[in-house]
Design a protein. Structure first.
Length: 490
């Protein structure tokens, strides 16, 4: 049994936990052994659909299409044209799309095309600024400009490829700043072994937030050229409040503000799924971007969906708009040819999107079953920890969210929260601890855990492998309990 320490201050708890990491891992590994995770399963199963360096196996139908098309002599433009038809058949003719190799590449071309100042013209160029709510993952959607106000300039410097701001130099666009606006109702507390700001967003008020964001936009009116946000739809990401159409109210509010200023609203829905997820027609975004391999069961690739006006400009930049061919579409070599996904990825994306459109239950059913397992296994967690859980099911990301921000709603020391910087430095005990059992972890920071099927948890037909999911969920809750013991919570 772990000791029951008492801490005056939270930094004392995190310092103590850091010293006890070897003991925590050894204790958890011993407990996890009883779950009988096989040698075949170890390091081949995970709590997520895909992470940046580890992607889930393909379904038979997607793989078969890629193999078939990979053996044909066929232009990539054929697939790009087919993708347009699929997207328009669902969202309407006023929407368009373009395939890319990653969601991050899509963010880059979207900001560079729609938000940054022009490169040509006499005289000194002007600067511009885009607005980003201070939320999670802002090194993605908020990483394409220099942070403003200056107090935010170092909040994610250590997330780059090298130490400090140098890791972001290649990503930040010319003459572009990004204005970070804290959300009303959110808490920005410092937590973790790698002590850093953790946005906690379950209580975000979308109406009060948009008032503050609009005030900020008005102060910078002559410079503001865009608005961005995540496209997720769960309470843990600050999007729990929905409008009458079911769209996250914060997003619809941002869309209205963007329209008022005649600027684009760019939504990063990397962990989202077209058709069954967040609907661009309802949230009002101009452009929404997807990482198609994270939840859509597509090969590694990305997709930009948006209104025709902005997407036309993006398609021109990508060489897909027929500017040199005198046709409605083409597949040329433009400025951003470096983010071309290639024939195999394109054919797989087409197959994956057709499957979602024709058989949405193929993705929804595993989520329903995964959610049922999480809810059932959560009952085994001691009440001192379990009472803080807010568990939600989300078809947008095909995910189950377990949020425990409530642990810090009162006075005193709550359950440990690890920062995103803990993830990058290897000091997030929840994420690194899962590896001790041979399980690829998922996002487990900022008091928010996001799980989805995909990494060794779906068979070749897309059916959930219940036994594997249950083992991993049991292991996750065992680790959460073990960390709670060493932190003196139970």
């Amino acid at each position: 049994m772990a000791p029951k320490p008492k801490y005056r201050f939270k930094h004392e708890m995190y310092t103590d936990l850091q010293k006890k990491i070897p003991q925590i891992y050894a204790d958890f590994k011993k407990k996890a052994a009883a779950l009988n995770i096989t040698d075949e399963e170890k390091n081949n199963i995970g709590l997520t659909g895909a992470i940046s360096d580890c992607h889930g196996p393909l379904r038979d139908d997607v793989e078969a299409e890629m193999v078939k098309m990979g053996r044909k002599v066929i232009s990539c433009g054929v697939f790009a044209h087919e993708l347009r038809g699929i997207i328009k058949s669902y969202y309407g003719d006023e929407y368009d799309c373009c395939p890319i190799n990653t969601c991050e590449a899509g963010l880059w071309v979207a900001f560079d095309t729609l938000v940054t100042p022009p490169f040509s013209g006499r005289g000194e160029n002007y600067r511009c600024r885009y607005i980003a709510p201070y939320e999670r993952h802002i090194h993605h959607q908020g990483g394409y400009g220099r942070p403003f106000p200056p107090k935010y300039k170092d909040i994610f410097a250590d997330r780059g490829c090298t130490a400090g701001e140098f890791g972001f130099i290649g990503k930040r666009q010319n003459d572009t700043d990004v204005i970070f606006v804290p959300l009303e109702g959110a808490k920005y507390e410092v937590h973790g072994i790698r002590h850093a700001i953790c946005p906690m967003l379950k209580d975000v008020d979308p109406d009060k937030s948009i008032t503050v964001i609009e005030e900020t936009a008005n102060r910078h009116a002559s410079l503001v050229t865009g608005i961005t946000s995540l496209g997720y739809t769960t309470p843990g990401y600050g999007y729990g409040v929905k409008d009458k159409n079911g769209a996250p109210k914060l997003q619809t509010n941002l869309a209205k503000l963007a329209k008022k200023f005649n600027i684009p609203y760019i939504v990063d829905n990397a962990w989202g799924v077209p058709f069954i997820g967040n609907d661009i027609r309802k949230n009002g975004a101009d452009v929404m971007l997807y990482s198609m391999d994270k939840a859509s069961c597509s090969p590694t690739s990305g997709l930009i969906i948006g209104k025709e006006e902005p997407v036309t400009q993006i398609r021109r930049a990508l060489g897909m708009h027929g500017a040199r061919s005198g046709t409605t579409s083409s597949y040329g070599k433009a400025a951003y040819v470096i983010i071309d996904p290639g024939k195999e990825a394109l054919s797989g994306m087409v197959a994956a999107l057709r499957a979602i459109l024709e058989k949405p239950a193929l993705l929804k059913k595993p989520v329903d079953e995964f959610y049922a397992i999480v809810v059932e296994e959560a009952k085994t967690v001691p009440m001192a920890i379990r009472k803080n859980f807010i568990i939600n099911k989300d078809y947008n990301s095909c995910a189950i969210e377990v949020n425990y921000e409530k642990a810090w709603d009162g006075k005193g020391i709550g359950y440990p929260i690890f920062s995103i910087e803990d993830m990058y430095s290897g000091s997030n005990i929840l994420q690194e601890g899962m590896k001790q059992a041979g399980i690829i972890p998922t996002i487990m920071y900022d008091a928010n855990i996001y799980m989805s099927p995909g990494l060794g948890t779906l068979d070749n037909k897309g059916n959930l492998i219940h036994e594997r999911v249950r083992k991993m969920v049991k292991a996750m809750f065992l680790l959460i309990e073990t960390v709670g013991e060493y932190a003196g919570i139970i």
